[in-house]
Write a protein that binds this ligand. Structure first.
Ligand code: APR
Length: 174
């Protein structure tokens, strides 16, 4: 049974096999998580991302971690919140699902996620946390991942994740 935990901290300092970036469709960097990861990884990361030809919203692509203390960075592109009527929930869920698929491909056993889309993309934090936890619970066993860290940048986000992780799964996990 995989372990799901919430921690407060910086995604770039997590010592895991893979960290997830909250990227945009260009994959050419930005602010927030994206900016922090590119700063910590070094310029080789941007050079590698240029070769990927961008990434669709709801999808994720893998690169090495370069100067980060991780083997992989999975660049996920979350949806911009537009009120909830533009498939935002499914697109956000798909980011987590695609990262777990990449984890299986790359034999990743420990992975750290930021709260994708809840910053510049304005996705409501509680709604996003429910989607993140429910989606990870649904797909983590078949991914082979043993530890999932939800890395929260502030105490408010941490409290949300701790509350929802303490709740039983909505549907029994297969
Ligand atoms: N470590 C962990 N979490 C962080 C960090 C960090 N170093 N920096 C910010 N966060 C948190 C934010 O507080 C927010 O809760 O990560 C969450 C996601 O925020 P953003 O980084 O703004 O990502 P997102 O909302 O998905 O917007 C993506 O922002 O930086 C650009 O290029 C990026 O266009 C893309 C957009």
């Amino acid at each position: 049974m995989a372990e799901l935990i919430a921690v407060q901290g910086d995604i770039t300092t997590q010592r895991v096999d893979a960290i997830v970036n909250a990227a945009n469709t260009s994959l050419l960097g930005g602010g927030g998580v994206d900016g922090a990861i590119h700063r910590a990884a070094g310029p080789e990361l941007l050079a590698e991302c240029r070769k990927l030809g961008g990434c669709s919203t709801g999808d994720a692509k893998a690169t090495p971690g370069f100067h980060l203390p991780v083997k992989w960075v999975f660049h996920a592109v979350g949806p911009v919140w537009q009120g909830g009527g533009r498939d935002e929930d499914d697109l956000l869920a798909n980011c987590y699902k695609r990262c777990l698929e990449l984890a299986k491909t790359h034999q990743v056993k420990t992975i750290a996620f930021p709260a994708i889309s809840t910053g510049v993309y304005h996705f409501p934090p509680k709604r996003a946390a429910h989607i993140a936890i429910d989606t990870v619970r649904e797909f983590v066993e078949k991914s082979g991942v043993e530890v999932v860290r939800f890395v929260c940048f502030n105490a408010e986000t941490l409290a949300i994740y701790e509350q929802f992780l303490a709740e039983p799964p909505l549907k029994p996990v297969a």
